[in-house]
Ligand binder design. Sequence first.
Ligand SMILES: Cc1cc2nc3c(=O)[nH]c(=O)nc-3n(C[C@H](O)[C@H](O)[C@H](O)COP(=O)(O)OP(=O)(O)OC[C@H]3O[C@@H](n4cnc5c(N)ncnc54)[C@H](O)[C@@H]3O)c2cc1C
Length: 402
Amino acid sequence: MKVGPSAWRQNVSSQLKKDNTNKMAEKKKIAIIGGGIAGLTFACSLKSKEYEIHIFEKKEQFGEIGAAISVFPNALCVMDELGLLNTILESSGQFKTIYLKTDKGTILSKSEPKSDYPVICIHRADLHSILLNNIDAKLYNNYGLKDLTQLDNGQLSLTFENDKVKVFDAVIGADGIHSAVRKHIINDGEPIFRGYNIWRGVVKTNFDIGSASETFGKGQRVGIVPIKDGVYGWWATCNEAYMQDDKPETTKEKLNRLFGDWHYPIADLINNTEHILKNSLIDRKPQKGWTKGNVTLIGDAAHPTTPNLGQGGCTAIEGAYLLAKCIDKYGLTEKAYNRYEELHFDRAKQINQESLRLGKIGQLSNPLAIFLRNLLFYITPSRISVKLLSKYFNRRVTKLKI
Ligand SMILES: Cc1cc2nc3c(=O)[nH]c(=O)nc-3n(C[C@H](O)[C@H](O)[C@H](O)COP(=O)(O)OP(=O)(O)OC[C@H]3O[C@@H](n4cnc5c(N)ncnc54)[C@H](O)[C@@H]3O)c2cc1C
């Protein structure tokens, strides 16, 4: 062993070198709150190796509910970029034709969307597990975020409902429309109820309708989307009070009363569905300012929308991808968060507003207004409706300059 001042200097300098190397190797820690589509897409999209990702989910298990989700070309281009397109296409159904109909089955319009990617419908659980299988992150279930505090050194201390406390360099709020992280940043209260409820289900049938449809009644609608091999997703809406209970009827009795005499195969789909989900349709007014320090929002936590355009999840995928690319390029900096919001806010706002408008049109209950709506659908050439829709699904976030 060397002794004396020069040996001492050598030891100190080699210790300093070691410390610096450790610091360089130490990765910054990002916490994603919420293991839904947005959180997982962000984790899949972040390519920089400078970060360690931890995903916290309040549910007992990472997973999705038993319902269908339509995924449009604007989100499929992201899945293509992530190398997941083929796996997704294998598990999904494509809808080449979309019909708008009256409750008696009269066709009001028929459109055939054309794009470089198809329009597909997939079981939510399948989309979720494809994303989950493609991330490199530490996963924590039963970790509902309770509290978030910024420390003096700029780091963030997270307290969970199980009383565990963890510290991170950045926090991404991907915790949905009732986001706890949003409260820390925007705090705009409860979401807004839009006056109607929705029932949803997925059902295996022995028929092939070969198309998607939306059927309009009086303050009521039904949508049908093909998933795969005779499996269909359906949804039905009705103007009623927030979280209205179906009792004293059973849900199926009520749905049969409301939709039992609508055109084929609506009653068959409802009656053969094992699990029916019910939600009240809510959103929020678009609000700028998604970031505070190193805490930012993605997906429904940032820009929730009603589902009338089928774009909430697709926009969540777009935004999660954009934030990841901004962080890849600019690091965990104000510039990254600002650029993300700059690229995505107007888009998300437009979808929120258009979806709300379509919901109002779809839920009309005044007979004259219904007549005029149906007439408008009937006389509008399909190329015009496709053009209107393509405005939403032709965006390619993968081609944007970050
Ligand atoms: C009826 C209906 C139909 C729809 N249909 C479509 C469609 O066809 N196409 C489409 O693109 N979009 C559709 N959407 C919208 C789409 O479902 C959402 O936009 C999408 O799920 C948003 O994903 P997210 O990850 O941001 O939020 P979520 O899917 O809500 O995921 C949030 C996750 O965070 C977890 N979480 C919540 N709070 C906490 C907490 N405090 N701590 C830790 N974890 C927490 C939740 O458990 C959940 O797993 C529909 C929505 C509804 C209501």
